[in-house]
Write a protein that binds this ligand. Structure first.
Ligand code: URA
Length: 252
């Protein structure tokens, strides 16, 4: 990435003005790759150089792409007067003023939420024209059968004027809680999976998103935690057409 001034790179994050940066540099409070910064005008590479302010590592890339393992009870919004939001879970060093969730999960749904401040990527992910497949595991009150699989595959009529795109449904016999099913959707209608199962006389007891496009939720990521996407994961998500086969692997 192009080299930019240290004060500019830090001030765009919104927490420190250029004047603050100058002061912190003169106090020796900012380090670049382990040594004290030479000046506020020092040029750095935001992608490669490690910058710390008062010992705290800061991410300086203009866009952030975070994988959050959403816990239950948190709303998919940027702010809310009474509820904890997915943005509230972002640690300080990864936070950006303009971060938002690219797509919503219900308050009681857990799993993969992508948080970013890259509006173009979010648009690509969410655009009805371009929707990437999203994979979920649902724990149900009774197992799926062939009829339910066919109803999901046919493009279900939700009965209120909304017709779903064909969706993939399969048993998930290895999930820790049974009976469970895997669902792959290419859209995100309101309470879609719960409503689709209701149409087959089933109740969703728990719902978890485990992948977006070809990017799987990191099994090492504890509920409530997030991490930056790797370069490879980012590339996968930005591809014009996500690779459907990676999401449906194991279902054939
Ligand atoms: N479908 C639902 O019913 N809820 C979600 O959170 C996501 C998909």
């Amino acid at each position: 990435m192009e080299q930019i001034r240290l004060d500019k790179a830090i001030s765009v994050l919104g927490e420190h003005s250029r004047r603050d940066v100058k002061k912190l540099v003169s106090q020796g409070q900012i380090t670049v790759n382990g040594r004290v910064a030479r000046g506020a005008e020092e040029k750095i590479d935001p992608e490669r150089d490690e910058v710390r302010i008062c010992g705290r590592k800061v991410s300086l890339t203009p866009h952030v792409y975070l994988m959050l393992n959403k816990p239950q009870g948190v709303v998919s919004a940027t702010r809310d007067p009474s509820e904890k939001t997915v943005v509230d879970l972002v640690p300080r060093e990864l936070y950006r003023r303009d971060i938002f969730p690219a797509g919503r999960l219900d308050k009681d749904t857990t799993g993969f939420v992508l948080l970013t401040n890259d509006g173009a990527l979010a648009h690509r992910i969410l655009s009805p024209k371009n929707h990437i497949p999203k994979t979920y595991i649902a724990v149900l009150d009774r197992p799926v059968d062939q009829k339910a699989v066919e109803l999901f595959a046919a493009g279900m009529d939700l009965g209120d004027g909304e017709i779903c795109r064909p969706a993939l449904l399969a048993e998930e016999p290895s999930w820790e809680v049974q009976p469970a099913a895997r669902i792959v959707l290419r859209e995100g209608l309101y309470h879609q999976i719960k409503r689709m199962f209701a149409k087959t006389d089933r109740k969703v007891l728990a719902l978890r998103r485990i992948a977006m496009g070809g990017v799987a939720l990191d099994p090492e990521l504890a509920p409530g935690c997030c991490r930056e996407l790797t370069a490879e994961e980012r590339e996968l998500l930005t591809r014009e057409t996500a690779d459907y086969s990676t999401c449906t692997r194991g279902l054939e």
